[in-house]
Every structure is written in structure tokens, then in C-alpha cells.
Write a protein that binds this ligand. Structure first.
Ligand code: HEC
Ligand code: HEC
Ligand code: HEC
Ligand code: HEC
Ligand code: HEC
Length: 301
């Protein structure tokens, strides 16, 4: 009896210590999947994807947590635009997964949504592809990073990385794909996910999806001093920004804002602007778009 009591007492003590150390681990360790404040992880809802239960300690998860995709839902809800359910198709994993077609009577909408652009946006355990991707790398990013979201309202250019990279959809300019389209089989992934050490949590590349200019030389393409992108890019950027300013001044001074010439000139301007601000993903195309806009000057009054 005495022994049993002692055992019980010891067990309770051990249990308490274990609980406290677990709690401490949770609070302080970056390796543990601690709750993410804004990438909501409310496990009581049936919509939470719960990948962190098994993958929370992996570099992919840790990188994702710190980067833009994990804020996509919060930024959508707190953003300046009017919301509708279809915005979730690009801003929240769950819109497709819990669609009426698959999951009759679902209520996955801007009020009940809990996932950002999270693991299940791009991976599924039911996929047969490498890394369990839901789409080949080549087609993955362009499903969301495209200009016509068909939702934000007619004429609003939300994002244009895909169109700029592929060199299309602009007004008055022939197709002009970036040379990188042919050179890079995995397209966006090639620059945005390259990572030196797969075992560690990266600050660039991997699941931060942040591209770094150093990627231009690691592939042996832009490595000589005068060909270096660190030198060239600021020059390109200055050139594009000057042209954008000229187009903007021209657009602002126009009184008839419904003419085709105005709409074409503005579309090209918005495309360059919608691509990381200055047409970085296809400089020759960005230049051609802005040149065409400027050529319309005589038609605008
Ligand atoms: C399901 C839709 C979706 C897919 C697929 C997607 N993105 Fe995104 N991406 C978004 C949204 C939405 C944001 C905006 C997040 C925010 O609110 O800051 C974003 C933001 C980004 C950013 C800016 C990140 C930052 O830290 O500010 C980069 C870079 C990016 N995505 C690259 C990629 C790449 C590369 C791929 C393909 C591997 C990809 N995305 C696939 C929807 C998507
Ligand atoms: C086709 C996919 C897609 C759809 C649909 C979509 N978005 Fe986005 N959205 C994106 C991507 C991609 C980004 C990230 C852009 C970047 O970081 O360059 C983004 C960024 C944003 C941002 C943060 C950056 C900014 O532009 O201020 C807000 C706010 C936003 N979207 C609102 C909305 C709203 C509101 C809707 C619905 C009316 C919507 N989005 C529908 C793809 C989409
Ligand atoms: C926007 C799309 C996207 C999201 C979101 C995403 N992944 Fe990935 N993931 C990819 C792509 C693309 C690859 C393949 C990269 C390559 O081919 O180089 C990949 C590869 C991986 C790999 C194998 C290679 C590696 O980096 O270890 C793991 C594991 C992984 N992802 C886990 C996750 C987890 C866990 C999450 C959620 C935190 C997540 N991914 C979110 C696109 C995504
Ligand atoms: C019950 C545990 C568990 C859960 C929950 C879970 N996974 Fe996994 N996952 C595994 C195991 C085990 C493997 C195979 C081991 C490995 O390759 O690391 C794996 C492999 C993967 C891979 C392949 C990694 C590679 O190296 O190519 C991806 C991607 C992935 N899971 C994504 C997800 C996503 C997305 C979710 C949430 C929707 C999820 N997993 C939920 C256990 C889990
Ligand atoms: C040749 C390499 C390369 C390719 C290919 C590429 N990008 Fe980028 N991307 C970059 C660089 C470099 C930046 C600028 C990063 C910075 O400013 O820190 C960038 C910026 C971005 C941004 C803005 C990031 C931010 O923080 O606001 C988004 C979004 C983006 N790219 C998406 C894409 C998508 C989608 C594709 C495929 C259609 C793609 N990129 C293809 C190199 C590339």
C-alpha cells in the first residue's frame, strides 16, 4: 500500500515536470509547431488542415510560417478591397478542398476560413507527383499569380507576374516571353525556391519563396562582373521607373478616361506596376509595354 502511494506520488510529480517542460518547449523552441498567431490554427474547426501535427518541425514549415503565404488570409481580410468568397480561391487553402462539389453543404467562406496559402494549397497526400504537388511546379505558381483574378472588379490588375514572365496580354505589343521561360523548366520555382542546404531553415528560397539576386549567378548565367545582376538591375530599374513616371503624367493629364487609347495605355502601365513594381520579370517586355503607351500620346487629349 505504502509502495503504491509512493508510486502514485512520484507519477504525479513526474507528470507535472513533464507538462511544464513541454509547455516551456512550446513557448521557446522554434523547432516546435507553436500556434501561429495570424495563420490561424484553430483545431476545433473541421476546416483546419493540420499538417503541422506531423510536419511542424520541418524546415519547410518553419520557413513558410515566417513568409508572405502564411499571411495571405489575414491580409485579404484586413486589405482595402471589397471581399467575396471567390477571393479565397487564391488566398486560402480550403476553398477548393471544401467546395460544394466535393463537400456538399460546406460553409467555407470569408467568415469560416482558417487556412492561408498553406501546405494544402500546393501539396496533397493523395497526389502521385514528386513532393506530392497538386500541380506540376511549372503550372503551380501561375494559377494564383496572374492578372485576371476575375473577382476584384473589371479593369483591376491585381497581379501580373505570370503575364509579364510569359510576355503576353499587354496592349499593342507582340508576344515576348522572358528567355527564362525556356531556360527554366520549373519556371518560378527555379528562382524563388532555390536553397543551398535542404536541412536548415532558410532566409531566402525554399518555402520562404523569396528570390534573391544571387540566384542569377549561381546558375553560371550572369556571373561576369559587367554582366552581374547586382550591377545591371538598378540600371534597368531606373530606366523603367522613369518611363513609368512619364506614362503616369500622361494618363493623369488625360480628360477622356474611357477612350480605347487611354485604356490600352493604362493596362500596360498597370501590368508593369503589378509585377513587383517595375516589370522585373521581363524587362524587355516592360520597356515595350511602356513605349507603346507613350506612343499613344497624340491620341490622348
Ligand atoms: C493558392 C494561390 C497561390 C499559389 C499556388 C502561389 N501563391 Fe504566392 N502568393 C499568393 C498570395 C495570395 C500572396 C499574398 C500573400 C500576402 O498577403 O502577403 C502570395 C505572395 C507571394 C510572394 C510574396 C511573398 C512575401 O513574402 O511577401 C511571393 C514571392 C510568391 N507568392 C511566390 C510564389 C511562388 C514562387 C509560387 C509557386 C511555387 C507561389 N507563390 C504560389 C498566392 C499563391
Ligand atoms: C487569381 C488569384 C487571386 C484571386 C482570385 C485574388 N487574389 Fe488577392 N492576391 C493574389 C496574389 C498572388 C497576391 C500577392 C501579390 C504579391 O505579393 O505580389 C495577392 C495579394 C492581395 C492583397 C495584398 C496586396 C495588395 O495588393 O494590397 C490583397 C489585399 C488582396 N490580394 C485582396 C484580394 C481580394 C479582395 C480578392 C477578391 C476580390 C482577391 N485578392 C482575389 C491572388 C489573388
Ligand atoms: C505555394 C506552394 C507551396 C506551399 C504553400 C507549400 N509548398 Fe512545399 N513545396 C512546393 C514546391 C513547388 C516544392 C518542390 C520544390 C522543388 O521542386 O524544388 C515543395 C517541396 C516540399 C517538400 C520537399 C522538399 C523540401 O523542401 O524539403 C516538403 C517536405 C514540403 N514541400 C512541405 C511543405 C509543407 C509542410 C508546407 C506547409 C507549411 C508546404 N510544403 C507548403 C510548394 C509549396
Ligand atoms: C499523421 C501525420 C501526417 C500528417 C497529418 C500529414 N503528413 Fe505529410 N507526410 C507524413 C509522412 C510520414 C510522410 C513521409 C515521410 C517523409 O517523406 O518525410 C509525409 C510526406 C509528405 C510530403 C512529401 C515530402 C517530400 O519530401 O517530398 C509532403 C509534401 C507532405 N507530406 C505534405 C503534407 C500536407 C500538405 C499535409 C496536410 C494537408 C500533411 N502532409 C499531413 C505524415 C503526415
Ligand atoms: C529569373 C528569376 C525569377 C523568375 C523565373 C521568377 N522570379 Fe519572381 N522575382 C525574382 C526576383 C529577383 C524578385 C525580387 C525580389 C526582391 O525584390 O527581393 C522577384 C519578385 C517577385 C515577387 C514580389 C515579391 C515581393 O516580395 O513583393 C513575386 C510575387 C514574384 N516574384 C512571383 C513570381 C512568379 C509567380 C514567377 C513565375 C511566373 C516568378 N516570380 C518568376 C526572380 C524571379
Amino acid at each position: 500500500m505504502k509502495q503504491a502511494l509512493l508510486f502514485l506520488g512520484l507519477s504525479v510529480l513526474m507528470g507535472t515536470i513533464a507538462l511544464f517542460s513541454l509547455y516551456g518547449y512550446d513557448q521557446n523552441s522554434t523547432l516546435h509547431a507553436a500556434p501561429v498567431a495570424d495563420a490561424v490554427t484553430d483545431t476545433k474547426t473541421p476546416f483546419a488542415e493540420g499538417c503541422d501535427k506531423c510536419h511542424g518541425h520541418e524546415p519547410a514549415y518553419q520557413e513558410w510560417r515566417q513568409a508572405g503565404h502564411s499571411h495571405a488570409l489575414v491580409n485579404l481580410i484586413e486589405g482595402p478591397y471589397e471581399l467575396n468568397t471567390s477571393c479565397l480561391s487564391c488566398h486560402s487553402a480550403g476553398y477548393e478542398i471544401f467546395s460544394d462539389r466535393v463537400y456538399p453543404g460546406h460553409t467555407y467562406n470569408v467568415k469560416t476560413a482558417v487556412n492561408a496559402v498553406s501546405c494544402a494549397s500546393c501539396h496533397s497526400h493523395t497526389s502521385k507527383s514528386e513532393h506530392l504537388l497538386v500541380k506540376p511546379a511549372k503550372h503551380l505558381c501561375v494559377t494564383c499569380h496572374k492578372m485576371d483574378c476575375g473577382c476584384a472588379g473589371a479593369g483591376i490588375v491585381h497581379q501580373s507576374q505570370s503575364e509579364m514572365f510569359l510576355g503576353r496580354e499587354g496592349a499593342g505589343v507582340k508576344r515576348m516571353p522572358s528567355p527564362h521561360v525556356r531556360a527554366m523548366k520549373k519556371r518560378c520555382v527555379t528562382c524563388h525556391m532555390v536553397k543551398e542546404n535542404p536541412e536548415t531553415v532558410a532566409q531566402h528560397g525554399g518555402h520562404t519563396f523569396k528570390a534573391e539576386l544571387s540566384v542569377c549567378s549561381t546558375a553560371g548565367c550572369h556571373d561576369s562582373a559587367d554582366n552581374s545582376m547586382e550591377v545591371k538591375l538598378p540600371q534597368y530599374r531606373a530606366e523603367i521607373e522613369a518611363k513609368m513616371q512619364a506614362v503616369k503624367t500622361m494618363l493623369d493629364a488625360t480628360s477622356n478616361k474611357t477612350s480605347q487609347a487611354y485604356l490600352d495605355a493604362k493596362l500596360n502601365y498597370d501590368m508593369v506596376k503589378g509585377d513587383s513594381g517595375y516589370g522585373l520579370h521581363n524587362m524587355p517586355y516592360a520597356n515595350a509595354l511602356l513605349d507603346y503607351s507613350l506612343s499613344l500620346k497624340s491620341e490622348l487629349e
